[in-house]
Design a protein around this ligand. Structure first.
Ligand SMILES: [Zn+2]
Length: 406
């Protein structure tokens, strides 16, 4: 299901192809996020035009609304959303624990030296999720109703959603959790991984005739080398009734400055012949670091989320098209960008749409930012294949993070 094509010399990076029943994904690839079975403000036809190879939806959201049984009846998420290409769903674990308990994915800026709090949440918000060894109780962020996710429930929901690539149910921790809590959570995630494999095998047999769904195990372990390596070995070798993980996700608490190191530990341990996904990453420097440390696919809500706030990605860094200086700027967002927005519209027009609060501006800016991110990872892949990766990295990051005035 995953073939390696070329390798980055002396590094873990590789190019390859993930085969799915809905088509192939050339890797490395950026997978745009369609949380509730739509990339916010953009049609699936457009996502295909800008080069998206797959879309990632969220099991938690689709379980609560409209219900995974309805998506199942529609023929799975790809048919339901009129995408018909490869799809991913994440397990819902992240949302259950983050929306449910009020903490966000912890990158370094959120880790500001607060005291360690075992299983507790930093902040005042009421804790809405409770983890035990069997699963998680949580309250819906929509109406406060009480729900329970277990590995078996997550697997059933993801089978009903029918994505080509699905993820094992895991416990997310934050960098604020103590070492002791990280160990406990990791052991829980290991036992849940076994239950996910068992449930996945049963559901695959039960739902005979449906296209095979690849199950990815999720590697946790926060910032600890021994825990990360152990998790990767445990899940990498795990086999239940002949069922193994088809690929892996690297999840959980990561400090930006240690991202490459942590991903490297994990990918040194994981079997080479399985695809690896890095959850929730899209900044240009993080994409390069991920790829050269052996990541094949990425997803992140950021390109579309920031687009709706007028933040635009350009080769010279991010800028805000809301700024007054763009009021009479009749050039595209990025000179030479071949996206639909840049080939048809000006900064002045987009600036106007934002000021006038016209909805279509979200569509236009999202198209550009998604195109930018997809193309960046595509370019990384092409440069890996042609042996010019390091030159491309230096040039791209030098420009993106260099001094600029836009
Ligand atoms: Zn553009």
């Amino acid at each position: 299901m995953f073939d390696i094509k070329t390798r980055l010399e002396d590094h873990l990076g590789r190019t390859g192809t993930i085969h799915t029943p809905h088509g192939d994904i050339q890797t490395p690839a950026f997978i745009p996020v369609a949380t509730k079975a739509t990339v916010k403000a953009v049609l699936p036809e457009t996502m295909r035009e800008i080069g998206a190879q797959a879309l990632l939806s969220n099991a938690y959201h689709l379980y609560l609304q409209p219900g995974s049984d309805i998506v199942d009846e529609a023929g799975g998420v790809a048919a339901f959303e009129n995408w018909h290409g490869p799809t991913f769903t994440d397990s819902g674990g992240f949302q259950v624990l983050s929306l449910g308990s009020g903490f966000k994915k912890v990158l370094s800026e959120e880790f500001n030296g607060k005291a360690h709090v075992d299983g507790q949440v930093a902040g005042k918000k009421e804790r809405l999720a409770n983890v035990d060894d069997d699963g998680v109780w949580f309250r819906s962020h929509l109406n406060g109703s009480k729900h329970r996710f277990t590995p078996e429930v997550s697997m059933r929901i993801q089978h009903e959603l029918g994505a080509d690539i699905i993820f094992a149910f895991d416990e997310l921790t934050t960098l604020l959790n103590s070492r002791g809590y990280q160990e406990e959570a990791l052991e829980r995630t290991r036992l849940w991984a076994q239950r996910c494999l068992r449930a996945h095998k049963q559901l695959t047999e039960e739902r005979e005739g449906k296209p095979y769904q690849q199950l990815f195990g999720v590697i946790q372990g926060a910032q600890y080398e021994d825990l990360r390596r152990k998790a990767a070995r445990d899940l990498g070798n795990m086999e239940i009734d002949g069922q193994r993980f088809d690929g892996f996700g690297v999840g959980g608490a990561l400090e930006k400055e240690n991202l490459g190191t942590i991903v490297g530990w994990v990918n040194e341990e994981l079997p080479e012949d399985r695809a690896r996904h890095l959850l929730g990453i899209s900044e240009p420097d993080d994409l390069f670091v991920g790829v050269e440390n052996g990541i094949d696919t990425f997803d992140c809500v950021n390109p579309s989320r920031v687009a709706r706030n007028a933040a635009i990605y350009s080769p010279d860094g991010r800028f805000n098209v809301n700024r007054a200086r763009h009021r009479r700027d009749f050039t595209p967002l990025v000179d030479g960008c071949e996206c639909y927005t840049c080939t048809h519209y000006t900064k002045a027009y987009l600036h106007h749409l934002f000021k006038a609060k016209e909805m279509v501006v979200n569509t236009l800016t999202t198209i550009h930012n998604e195109y930018f991110t997809i193309k960046l990872v595509d370019d990384i892949r092409h440069h890996m294949e042609s042996g010019t990766y390091w030159e491309f990295k230096e040039e791209t990051l030098g420009r993106f993070y260099g001094k600029r005035d836009i």
